[in-house]
Write a protein that binds this ligand. Structure first.
Ligand SMILES: NC(=O)c1ccc[n+]([C@@H]2O[C@H](COP(=O)([O-])OP(=O)(O)OC[C@H]3O[C@@H](n4cnc5c(N)ncnc54)[C@H](O)[C@@H]3O)[C@@H](O)[C@H]2O)c1
Length: 271
């Protein structure tokens, strides 16, 4: 495991704490001595992650809250502060596309389910804003904190079908810059905001879009691999190095950036 000694003893809140990518990020933080507030909607799923953290010699607490529920997040913040007295890092990993908001090949933009579209935008944009408001406030009081948003390849060049997801993730890149400027101006250089833009990683949310039931690639999955110079999907643990760098003093002059971890996808013109 990659090591980063200045993270020992820090406290991180990870939203979407029972997710696949967040699982790898949590393992990387735990291996470096970071205590974790695991935030998500289901206690049973969070408890499984907490068991793994304990087996790996780490410390965590489960925080049951929806990322869109300010008052539940405030309760979660109180719980973290009462246990550990501080919050150093917030990772906004809750998110993902939603089936109802995806335009299928035989569907039309003009028939889109507006409620589902609003839902995907709420989760993928407001779902990072609201935790940043709640947990960022306690960071601002000491002028020290590190917020990491999770963007996507579809932010800078939107992908077909996922209209709301793409727009919301584009909003995340803009929000990352806006918050970085605001926080550095008002709370000093100890308050940093950055984002990671993962390329394509096989997870539950995209499994059916990218692979057939027998595990072979769909034509969309094949297009993605063909447009990834490294010729494969990413492994979740390949996000850890970038996360640790962004959370540590190794990147202390870096704020307002979105770092792609994508096997070269965003660099490739397709030709
Ligand atoms: N998988 C990929 O290839 C990929 C690529 C780019 C970006 N991302 C982004 O990475 C992040 C993590 O994705 P993942 O692939 O690990 O997905 P995942 O579905 O495994 O994890 C997302 C987690 O968020 C939780 N969640 C959903 N709605 C929530 C809510 N309202 N409140 C609290 N928790 C909620 C889910 O229960 C789940 O545990 C997401 O923001 C996703 O958009 C993923």
């Amino acid at each position: 495991m990659i090591s980063c000694s200045d993270l020992e003893g820090k406290v991180a809140v990870v939203t979407g704490g029972a997710g696949i990518l967040s699982g790898a990020l949590i393992d990387g933080l735990v291996a470096n001595g970071v205590k974790i507030g695991l935030l998500g909607r289901r206690l049973d799923a969070l408890s499984e992650v907490a068991d793994r953290v304990r087996e790996n010699g780490g410390e965590s607490i489960c925080l049951v809250a929806d990322v869109l529920d300010r008052s539940a997040l405030e309760d979660a913040r109180a719980e973290v502060l009462s246990k550990w007295g501080k919050i150093d890092i917030l990772i906004n990993a809750a998110g993902g596309n939603m089936a109802g908001a995806t335009i299928m090949p035989d569907g039309s933009f003009f028939d889109i389910d507006l409620k589902a579209l609003q839902g995907v935008i709420d989760l993928n944009f407001m779902g990072s804003v609201v935790p940043s408001v709640v947990f960022g406030e306690s960071m601002s009081k000491k002028g020290q904190g590190n917020i990491i948003h999770i963007s996507s390849m579809s932010a800078s060049r939107p992908m077909t079908r996922v209209v709301g997801y793409s727009a919301a993730k584009a909003g995340i890149d803009n929000l990352t810059k806006w918050m970085a400027v605001e926080f550095a101006n008002k709370y000093g250089e100890g308050m940093r905001v950055n984002a990671i833009a993962p390329g394509f990683f096989l997870t539950k949310q995209n499994e059916r879009l990218l692979t057939e039931e027998d595990g072979s690639l769909t034509s969309r999955g094949k297009t993605i691999v063909d447009h990834t110079p490294m010729g494969r999907f990413g492994q979740p643990d390949e996000l850890i190095g970038t996360l640790l760098w962004l959370c540590s003093d190794a990147s202390k002059f870096v704020t307002g950036t979105t770092i792609p971890v994508d096997g070269g996808f965003s660099a490739f013109s397709g030709v």
